[in-house]
Write a protein that binds this ligand. Structure first.
Ligand code: FAD
Ligand code: DLZ
Ligand code: SF4
Length: 516
């Protein structure tokens, strides 16, 4: 019998700040936790400064909480002498230095880090164990098993399966509450001119020392930050406050204005909980349970369609994207269905474009490290797809700029839903639009240099000619798609001269894309 107890080192990644993980249920003298700020993570993409500072601030606060609970913690700062800036090298050093005999980690959400840690432990001289992160509703393989043998991966069927399995918004085991699974047709209005949305709850975290350290370590970042008033939640307490705020002030209009876009209004009725959830300060289950509780307490104010729309994003889309990621990686990261090869226009990094919709969405992203779903999908994503940008370039931008960007949810949304580079795994058709949709959902067009009504000429809205150019270029890949065929009928009915003029206009815009 081995009476000598293992001395264990447990790794906590920057997006594994789940204090309710079973690891932390009891204090054990033989266990030490390690969190590390490292260059492999700050440099795999050019991140927004708010993303790096936010993750570091949350990691530091989490380490402090663990210490308060009497856990033993090692915390590596970027500039620490023995920081080798990689997980494997740091762990190997600490194992030896502190004579640990056993290593444990929670399965990373990102394929790259998962492979890195698996390769490391397989060749290590000590014993190890990998744990579930105890955050998601689904296991990594659950979606794959659910769709086994199927050619398509319909979100709607997965969503219904999740609702039934977890008994969320159900009358009984099979029937949805209020007789319908999806209430989307009641949602998605433009924001009326005289409607002032609720002011967002912002925090005032001090992160100036962290920002200084990031700069001193020469980490390349984008975007701006108010380091004395850092607005994002970095603790569980702040995350819960944001959740309460959402339930009280936003949920009642969440679905109604989910797709609306207005210059100057960056958060509208969105929850802005993605960062807190993705770094696991709060769990999807507690977000959903608390939204349902708010609805039950106040169903006079909160209509069911608002709640159902919100629940679907989390128990549906969020789990679905993670499932697709683990089913399709690593091949997914190479998919380029349209064989697009262009570079991302320079102004994606500055917001300096005359196109008002893109200017607003990009400048807002640089200022807050946030844009809501439709800004990401139908403004920046839409344009990148119409412009034929290589999905690698698009992925790199999305992975860097948003505070909530982690590959498992970023790549499936970007390469999949937004760029259709997966040829239809995630979406059944490409999300492209001309100016009509943007005008329908936003008030960007009225303040724009370009004219939304024109397809050709110097002031023609670029979305209009690029839209038809996209369909024309990809006819062989799209014409048979039953959801798109109609657009080809419209295109075919245009006169040859009109078509030629539109394509010439698109070509001109594509050539001078950095000047648009
Ligand atoms: P809300 O509008 O309040 O929605 C509530 C929650 O639902 C979100 O916090 C999020 O957890 C979940 N959710 C909503 N839509 C999706 C979706 N399509 N996929 C997964 N979860 C969803 N989300 C990320 O968390 N990280 C990303 O890196 C990311 N990249 C994206 C890239 C593109 C091109 C697109 C189109 C979408 C991306 N999304 C991403 C999904 C979505 O835009 C964000 O989750 C949402 O905007 C976050 O803001 P919120 O918390 O205010 O969301
Ligand atoms: C995103 C990020 C950044 C910028 N920095 C760190 C870090 O220094 N240390 C760390 O443990 N995690 C960081 N992260 C989050 C990781 O990239 C994330 O844990 C992996 O991608 C797994 O999802
Ligand atoms: Fe965007 Fe075109 Fe509208 Fe300008 S006119 S805001 S470019 S859709």
């Amino acid at each position: 019998m081995n009476l000598k107890k293992d001395r264990t080192l447990r790794l906590i990644l920057g997006d594994q700040l789940n204090i309710h993980h079973s690891w932390f249920g009891s204090v054990d003298d033989a266990v030490t936790y390690v969190l590390m700020e490292i260059k492999s993570e700050t440099d795999y993409a050019t991140h927004h400064i708010q993303k790096v500072a936010g993750i570091f601030a949350a990691m530091r606060a989490f380490a402090a909480t663990l210490k308060e609970l009497n856990h033993q913690v090692i915390y590596l700062h970027l500039s620490d002498k023995h920081n080798a800036q990689q997980f494997d090298l740091n762990i190997a050093y600490l194992m030896q230095q502190h004579a640990f005999t056993h290593f444990e980690y929670q399965e990373p959400d990102e394929y790259r880090v998962d492979e890195h840690l698996k390769a490391f432990v397989q060749h290590a001289s000590f014993s190890y164990k990998a744990y579930d992160s105890e955050h998601f509703y689904t296991s990594r393989n659950e979606l794959g098993n659910f769709f086994k043998g199927k050619k398509t991966f319909l979100l709607e069927s997965f969503y219904r399966y999740m609702r039934k399995k977890h008994h969320v918004l159900m009358i009984n085991d099979t029937e949805p509450l209020h007789g319908q699974w999806n209430f989307d047709h009641d949602n998605r209005e433009k924001l009326p001119k005289d409607h002032k949305p609720v002011a967002p709850l912002l925090f005032s975290n001090k992160v100036s020392e962290i920002v200084e350290e990031i700069k001193n370590a020469n980490v390349k970042t984008i975007g701006t930050i108010d380091a004395n008033n850092f607005i994002w939640p970095v603790t569980r307490k702040q995350s819960l406050a944001l959740l309460d705020f959402f339930n009280e002030h936003c949920l009642s209009l969440f679905g109604t204005f989910q797709d609306a876009m207005v210059p100057g209004e960056w958060s509208l009725y969105h929850s802005r909980l993605s960062f807190a959830m993705n770094i696991k300060l709060i769990s999807p289950k507690e977000v959903i349970d608390s939204a349902i509780a708010a609805y039950e307490k106040n169903s006079a104010m909160i209509a069911f369609n608002q709640l159902e729309g919100f629940v679907r994003q989390i128990i549906g889309w969020r789990e679905y994207m993670r499932g697709i990621y683990w089913l399709k990686m690593p091949e997914y990261a190479k998919l380029n269905y349209f064989e697009h090869n262009e570079k991302l226009p320079d102004w994606y990094w500055t917001g300096k474009t005359k196109m008002n919709c893109l200017k607003n969405a990009i400048q807002q992203s640089l200022q807050y490290a946030y844009a809501h779903h439709i800004q990401r999908l139908m403004i920046t994503g839409n344009f990148a797809l119409l412009a034929g940008v290589h999905p690698d370039e698009v992925d790199a931008w999305y992975l860097g700029i948003y505070i909530d960007a982690f590959e498992w949810v970023e790549i499936t949304n970007t390469r999949g839903m937004s760029q259709f580079a997966d040829g239809g795994i995630v979406g059944s058709k490409p999300y492209v639009s001309a100016s009509a949709y943007i005008h329908k959902m936003s008030s960007y067009c009225s303040g724009c240099y370009y004219n939304k009504a024109l397809k050709t000429g110097d002031k023609a809205c670029p979305f209009n000619s690029l839209y038809w150019n996209f369909y024309d270029r990809h006819e062989s890949k799209l014409a048979k798609n039953p959801r798109i065929g109609m657009m080809y009928n419209v295109w075919k009915r245009m006169s040859p001269q009109d078509k030629a003029d539109i394509l010439t206009q698109a070509e001109k815009y594509l050539k001078q894309i950095n000047e648009l």
